[in-house]
Each structure stands twice: as C-alpha cells, then as structure tokens.
Design a binder for this molecule. Structure first.
Ligand SMILES: [Zn+2]
Length: 194
C-alpha cells in the first residue's frame, strides 16, 4: 500500500533518540558487540522471549539479559499474534537448515500483571479504537491479558499447536508481577510434538 504524501514525515519533528546517541557511542567503545553469537540467530542463552511492549517489562531488566543472550519479540500484552508465529517459525527453520547440529532453543512467553492491554476491556475505548483504525472489534476483545496466567497458557498452546514452528522448539509460559519484580513459571517447558 502506498503511503499518501500527506502522511510522509516532514523531518521537522523533535527527536527523542538524539539524546541517546552518546550512549550509543559509549556502547560502541566497549567492544561488547564483538562477542557475536554463532550465526546471528543462536542466542547465547538459547532463548526466544515474547513479552509485552510495556517499558516496565523489558527482559533485559528483569532477567538480566546481556548482549546476544536472547531473541526478544515484544507485542501488546506479549500476545502471540500471527506475526510472532511467523518469526519464530523462520528462526526455527534457519536453525534446522543452517545449523542442524545447533542447540534447541526455548520460546518463553511472558505476560504480566497490570497490563495496559486490559484497557481494551472497556467497550467504549475498544469501540473507539476499532472505529479509528478499522481493526476487528471481536479480535480486539480477545486481546487483553485479563488473567495473565490464563492468557499465557493460551499462547503457549498456540505455539505448540502451530505446525509452522520447528519441532526443535521448546515452549514455556510465565507471568511477571509488576508489583514485586518477580517472574513465575505457569507452563513448564514442553516440546512441540513432531
Ligand atoms: Zn502489558
């Protein structure tokens, strides 16, 4: 779909990232980026983490991830949408074809308490968002992580039941508590049936 000219950026917006460019230079000077995982898709800790876009739920913080430790996918609510299945399938396929002797990796789905996705439980807000965007209201209604222990189990099952995903993948589910900083496992690691 072609962007309408009126929606193209005009280059006069205030930058929030420019203030962080010095941090980038400091990162580059550490040389940490030289410690590259074997092939770009085999993270050091063997993890493919799916979590919420919420700035409080960055796994680099609550799991102490360092450079190259994990692949991280972040979606609203940490929900396993079709694009997550596609990407996970692609990485699994790369392992199968490019590193067949390589390690298995674990897809860890993490939902959290006090999730902003729950604002979509409000019918008025949900309706307004659907009107504004054209997204399907029924699908939006299924999105909120109302009871994260339940939605995370649903999403673990979605991966386990997706034939596109490599059978070399292990899947687990967890809930992060924004009130304590603690992560709890609610779905133990399971292998996809081959
Ligand atoms: Zn959230």
């Amino acid at each position: 779909m072609e962007l309408e000219a009126t929606r193209l950026g005009k280059g006069d917006a205030v930058s929030n990232i420019s203030a962080l460019m010095e941090r980038n230079k400091a990162f580059a000077s550490t040389g940490a980026w030289r410690n590259t995982p074997r092939l770009p898709f085999l993270p050091f800790k063997g993890l493919y983490i799916i979590t919420c876009v919420d700035p409080r739920t960055d796994p680099a913080d609550f799991l102490g991830l360092e450079f190259g430790d994990a692949i991280v996918a972040r979606t609203l609510g940490g929900r396993v949408i079709d694009a997550v299945i596609r990407d996970l399938s692609y990485i699994g396929y790369l392992v199968e074809t490019k590193a067949p002797e390589g390690p298995y990796f674990e897809a860890a789905v993490i939902h959290h308490t006090d999730c902003g996705s729950r604002l979509l439980e409000d019918p008025e807000l949900r309706h307004g968002f659907a009107q504004r965007t054209g997204y399907d209201e029924q699908q939006l209604a299924a999105l909120p992580a109302t009871v994260p222990a339940e939605t995370v189990r649903t999403d673990v099952a979605k991966i386990l039941n997706s034939p596109q995903v490599s059978t070399r993948t292990t899947v687990s589910g967890h809930v992060y508590d924004t009130a304590t900083g603690l992560l709890e496992t609610v779905a133990e690691p399971a292998r996809i049936n081959s």
